[in-house]
Design a protein around this ligand. Structure first.
Ligand code: MG
Ligand code: MG
Length: 280
């Protein structure tokens, strides 16, 4: 594979995952080159921790966007011999544990004694805004339901270690890198924009798609398809829903993500698999 073909593939992947069916106007937030930079960091890593879990207070459970992407990424990284752990807080932990995310570390304020991994990744994990509060996409303050896992990203950065953020709405860990643009383009962005930045930021129409996009980029880099097929990806979503995960948009315990049925997600996954298998 030539470098040129590799670059074309990364651009194709960025285009696929930036599909914006939720019309959140995320296009301007996409950082060209970050996908490749993130993949390179993961390839060089021996240990990766993936933080995920977005608690929906009205439903009393975490949502279906994030954990499926985290599970898929762990499988891809383990295939490459990387040691992977998951990280969440107490409210999200029951669903993630029952949904098969293992080993799972639980963050409790003041009791975080985690060995910093080579790369710390956040997938659809809420983070604090400039005023120190955490907001959902509707602009409601949900701080009391969110443990400050975002602080670990700041510490990781201070240690000079790699961080990757994946998000779809502007209020997730990593978006501090483009907080000004979130304020400009995303509804209520001035209020909700997460102020915590990551070294690489992957913005997607749905955060699970961002995770798949990163796996696709990784696949191009190593010349091996690491993406899940549609059936096991759907089965992973079903496991999480059976464990109590809810759609973040509707609050309902259904195998949908951000209000979209599985066929929409399967189509994105199929497009990514085509890029990897045709051009990888
Ligand atoms: Mg989101
Ligand atoms: Mg989402």
């Amino acid at each position: 594979m030539t470098g040129h073909r590799g670059n074309e593939s990364f651009v194709a992947i960025e285009g696929i995952i930036a599909s914006d069916p939720g019309r959140r106007r995320i296009g301007p937030l996409v950082r060209a080159g970050d996908l490749e930079a993130a993949a390179n960091r993961l390839i060089a890593a021996r240990s990766v921790t993936i933080a995920t879990g977005f608690f929906i207070p009205s439903a009393g459970a975490c949502e279906t966007d994030g954990p499926p992407g985290a599970a898929a990424m762990s499988e891809a990284l383990r295939e490459l011999g990387v040691s992977v752990r998951f990280l969440t807080d107490l409210r999200c932990a029951p669903v993630l544990a029952r949904g098969g995310l293992d080993p799972l570390d639980i963050f409790e304020s003041g009791r975080a004694e985690l060995n910093p991994p080579d790369v710390l990744v956040a997938i659809e994990r809420p983070g604090r805004a400039a005023d120190g509060c955490v907001y959902n996409s509707r602009g409601i303050d949900i701080s009391e339901f969110v443990e400050p896992i975002d602080e670990l990203f700041r510490e990781q950065t201070k240690l000079g270690k790699a961080t990757i953020g994946i998000g779809d709405g502007g209020n997730e860990i990593g978006m501090g890198k483009v907080a000004g643009l979130v304020g400009e383009y995303v509804p209520r962005g001035d209020t909700i924009a997460c102020a915590v930045a990551t070294e690489s930021l992957i913005v997607a129409g749905v955060s699970n798609w961002g995770a798949w996009g990163l796996i696709a980029a990784l696949s191009i880099r190593v010349g091996q398809c690491l993406l899940p097929a549609s059936e096991p990806a759907r089965a992973q979503l079903d496991r999480l829903v059976a464990a109590g995960a809810v759609d973040g948009l509707t609050g309902e315990c259904t195998p949908t993500v951000d209000g979209m049925s599985w066929h929409v997600h399967a189509d994105i996954l199929e497009q990514l698999r085509e890029v990897v298998t045709l051009r990888g």
